[in-house]
Design a protein around this ligand. Structure first.
Ligand code: ADP
Length: 516
């Protein structure tokens, strides 16, 4: 037991007392209790010892020659290395003033001689425990300070990134899609000030045409997960329209689910892209027209008769040139529509006639691919541009036919529809709900072809978007047809959307208002 306590003493105690009997008595008692004891008879020796190896506690006699206990204590408290060591005074003086002085110079306790050993032990243990707890507290405090420091630094770093990011960044609540914070880039692009944005929704600020669909995307974030590079038309405070790409990430802010929105202004890029496409298309049209003319001449045999191999090559060249011509025309068409350079020649027209004309135009293609066209015409008049609507219907019919198998059927029909009926259609474009409660004509083109995957149902209405990259090669498409259709339908204040089941077929819907 003794050996054990010598190996691992409970604590290191320094006893400073000029009376050897006292020293021996205390030293023997404390050693027996498992403490490591250092005993000195002079204050100055005690100070040196304490400074060299600071003990856990000091028992200090008050009355000593040369340097008395109070002075020793003052010296200990003046030194950083020894300041925190608890000092218990031991003295024969029992005067209250002496005790007060002992505490005044930094002592933690005072024992009067002759002392009771148990009392000395109890006080030592008390103060060692207090000291140990103090040290633990100090260590924890230091650790906390460090953590606070680290955290503040990290927060400062992120706040700096948030503030100085060239990309507009916003944080919104998932529940209501209300802005909690936005960075200076966001304010710059929107021309709003912080107070005008915080606490509001994109719809309240009228930040674009599709703010309701946008808010729904945020609210559905916990189910859908992050969204990347979604194109969005963004209206600034002054009404200027910008094209931005938005990525949305779900984050947790103090237990509140929030959406972190990072935007990228691609207005200029889009403008240049459009300008480039339309420039190239214009430049391509003239040589293409003359190539077509030359191929026609060759085909008509006016420049001599071609052998079988020549005819085959000519046919390939004609097919590809026609495809290129279609692409160029579609691009220019779309560009003109987007820039508002196409005037819709609206007139009273009969829906039945439109459906019949479009079907007749596509009959040859349907026959060639052995697809049956079934028409359910509806005699009702609408105010529309007949040529543009026929263009839309033939485009949808052409898609329905080319993505079907021989023997499949394609239906085209129309019904008048109340707003409520439209609303109850599943999976419809959410914007349809904004159209108000009036009467519509709903045109449907349904096929039993290959169908469209769910994640492509919206995107195929964008330019150059095809479900399969090989579609343009194999099916002769341009990836622009649906973008043109959507544009035409929108210019009629209508909506277009699609429902589809992979492998079972697709139904395209066009909803047009009856009265305008
Ligand atoms: P394309 O000229 O390629 O037909 P569209 O814009 O008309 O261009 O259509 C875009 C893409 O949408 C098509 O390439 C095809 O992948 C898909 N698609 C359109 N209509 C149908 C349909 N009825 N069935 C299956 N996929 C379709």
């Amino acid at each position: 037991m003794l050996n054990q306590s010598l190996k691992f003493p409970k604590a290191d105690i320094l006893v400073i007392d000029d009376t050897p009997e006292n020293l021996n008595l205390l030293s023997a008692m404390l050693t027996e209790q498992g403490y490591k004891v250092r005993s000195v008879t002079k204050g100055s020796t005690g100070l040196r010892g304490a400074n060299a190896v600071p003990p856990d506690l000091i028992l200090l006699d008050v009355n000593m020659p040369e340097m008395n206990g109070y002075e020793v204590c003052q010296n200990l408290k003046a030194n950083d290395r020894t300041r925190e060591i608890p000092v218990i005074f031991i003295s024969a003086l029992g005067d209250v003033l002496d005790k007060i002085k002992a505490f005044a110079v930094g002592g933690v306790d005072y024992i009067t001689k002759p002392f009771q050993l148990e009392e000395v032990l109890a006080r030592i243990e008390n103060h060692l425990t207090i000291r140990q707890l103090q040290q633990q507290l100090q260590a924890q405090n230091q650790q906390l300070q460090q953590e606070i420091h680290d955290r503040t630094k990290a927060e400062e770093k992120f706040a700096k990134v948030f503030r100085s990011s060239p990309n507009p960044i916003a944080i919104a609540t998932v529940s209501e899609a209300r802005f909690l914070d936005v960075n200076p880039s966001f304010l710059r692009i929107s021309s709003y000030c912080l107070e005008e944005v915080i606490g509001h929704t994109a719809t309240e600020l009228d930040l674009g045409k599709n703010t309701i669909a946008f808010a729904q995307k945020i609210q559905l974030l916990p189910e859908t997960g992050s969204l990347y590079n979604q194109e969005f038309e963004f209206s600034t405070k002054s009404g200027e329209v910008k094209i931005i790409l938005i990525s949305i990430e779900l984050i947790d802010l103090a237990g509140v689910p929030c959406a972190l929105l990072i935007a990228n202004d691609i207005t200029e890029r889009k403008r240049l892209e459009n300008e480039f496409i339309s420039l190239v298309s214009h430049e391509l049209r003239t040589p293409l027209t003359s190539t077509m003319g030359a191929l026609d001449l060759l085909g008509a045999g006016q420049l001599g008769t071609l052998n079988q191999q020549g005819q085959k090559v000519l046919s390939i060249a004609t097919t590809n040139t026609e495809r290129l011509m279609r692409l160029v025309n579609d691009i220019l068409d779309l560009e003109r529509m987007k820039s508002g350079n196409i005037f819709m020649r609206q007139a009273k027209c009969n829906v039945a006639e439109l459906l019949i004309t479009a079907t007749e135009a596509m009959q040859a293609m349907a026959d060639k691919l052995q697809v049956q066209l079934i028409i359910n015409p509806l005699t009702i008049e609408i105010w529309a541009d007949p040529d543009r609507l026929i263009q839309t219907l033939t485009n949808l019919l052409s898609n329905a036919i080319k993505f079907s198998e021989p023997g499949d059927r394609v239906w085209i029909g129309a019904i008048t529809s109340e707003y409520k009926t439209v609303e109850s259609l599943e999976n419809q474009d959410s914007d349809t709900k904004e159209m108000g409660a009036s009467n519509y004509v709903l045109i449907t083109i349904q096929d039993e072809g290959r169908g469209i995957p769910e994640d492509k149902l919206q995107i195929i209405f964008e330019r150059f978007q095809q479900v399969d990259a090989s579609d343009s090669r194999n099916k002769g498409g341009t990836g622009l047809g649906l973008a043109i259709c959507r544009n035409i339908v929108q210019q009629h204040d209508g909506k277009i959307w699609v429902q589809s089941l992979l492998g079972e077929g697709s139904t395209f819907y066009i909803l047009l208002p009856l009265t305008r």
